[in-house]
Design a protein around this ligand. Structure first.
Ligand SMILES: Nc1ncnc2c1ncn2[C@@H]1O[C@H](COP(=O)(O)OP(=O)(O)O)[C@@H](O)[C@H]1O
Ligand SMILES: [Mg+2]
Length: 315
């Protein structure tokens, strides 16, 4: 397992001229290791697109440093551009042309000797072979994004920036695009993916950086973030609402925070999960209370996200 750093940002600042105070990036740090997917997760306006545009040399930073594949984005932009691909929210796909024609055109623009062969290979990889001869205007949202991904892979970049690939797609389209991203990582590409969808970051990313107001507020694997910032909960569902006060009392000594009661569900934040489960089960048994259900629940990324950013989660 290599641990080569392919994207590094240190203290990057960017303020848009004439933009809102604090909008942009305010000391943005990021480290992405080769062969991984890093999710840049944040609510609308957090600065995700700004970060991607700076790292892909489309936008100049005000201060700080950023390198991609070892090259400085400010001083060695051409070297950076030679090694990256970018899937934006609006890729330069021609609606009138067919999927295959678009890919062949991209290949020729990039001086590929076998543009047709490469196009067919990518159409196959993204399950677009059947639709290859149709005008792109006839494509569904999911097919269109898959074509965007294929187009950005024409020259097999080392690093691919994917900016909110599934925003605006229906659930089926999201699944299609996610599986396309997974395939591309299997092919060895390092991916920086931005998203407002927690489950997307949870499913696709090896590491997640949570962005708030232009700054990374938490970083780690999805599991690390969950344990770092949320607590495990013991949930007891009772058959009889009359038992609720007694159970809340029994749970008091185990609770590491506020006990929540909704209906017949008592939810207790706990530190030592297994011990809490054993102690609670014993207490219930001794009190002759038979619960409908008793379970341990890991915190979700939603809880972490909400806790850190105070933002509403995109549905
Ligand atoms: N060209 C611009 N001029 C002024 N403000 C901008 C511009 N682009 C983005 N912003 C502001 O910068 C902040 C971050 O935007 P952006 O990077 O697009 O966030 P995200 O991609 O996370 O939704 C937002 O407050 C946005 O309004
Ligand atoms: Mg954006």
């Amino acid at each position: 397992m290599t641990t080569e750093t392919v994207i590094e940002a240190v203290g990057v600042r960017k303020n848009y001229r004439g933009g809102r105070e604090g909008a942009g990036l305010n000391g943005f740090d990021l480290e992405v290791t080769a062969g991984t997917v890093t999710g840049l997760l944040g609510p609308n306006g957090a600065g995700k697109t700004t970060a991607v545009r700076i790292l892909s040399t489309l936008l100049e930073l005000d201060s700080g440093t950023a390198t991609v594949a070892g090259y400085d984005v400010r001083r060695q932009g051409a070297e950076v551009r030679r090694r990256i691909g970018l899937v934006g929210q609006y890729a330069a796909i021609d609606e009138v042309l067919t999927g295959r024609q678009n890919l062949v055109m991209f290949g020729r623009l990039n001086h590929l000797r076998n543009a047709k062969g490469r196009a067919d290979e990518l159409l196959e990889r993204f399950s677009l072979t059947e639709a290859a001869g149709q005008a792109v205007s006839k494509y569904s949202g999911g097919m269109r994004r898959r074509l965007d991904l294929a187009a950005s892979l024409i020259v097999a970049p080392r690093v691919l920036f994917v900016d909110e690939p599934t925003t605006g797609l229906d659930p089926a389209g999201r699944l299609e695009v996610r599986s396309a991203v997974r395939q591309l990582v299997d092919g060895g590409t390092t991916v920086l993916l931005t998203t407002q969808y927690l489950e997307e970051a949870d499913q696709l990313a090896n590491r997640i950086s949570m962005l708030k107001a232009g700054k990374v507020v938490a970083e780690g694997t999805p599991d690390e973030l969950k344990t770092q910032l949320g607590s495990d909960r013991l949930e007891i569902v009772l058959a009889d609402p009359a038992d609720v006060p007694r159970v809340v009392q029994l749970a008091g000594s185990l609770a590491d925070g506020e006990i929540r009661v909704v209906d017949v569900r008592v939810s207790v934040p706990v530190k030592d999960r297994t011990k809490a489960l054993v102690v609670m089960a014993n207490s219930l048994h001794e009190a002759r209370i038979e619960p409908e259900d008793i379970t341990l629940r890991r915190p979700t990324l939603d809880e972490v996200f909400l806790h850190l950013t105070g933002a509403e989660v995109a549905a």
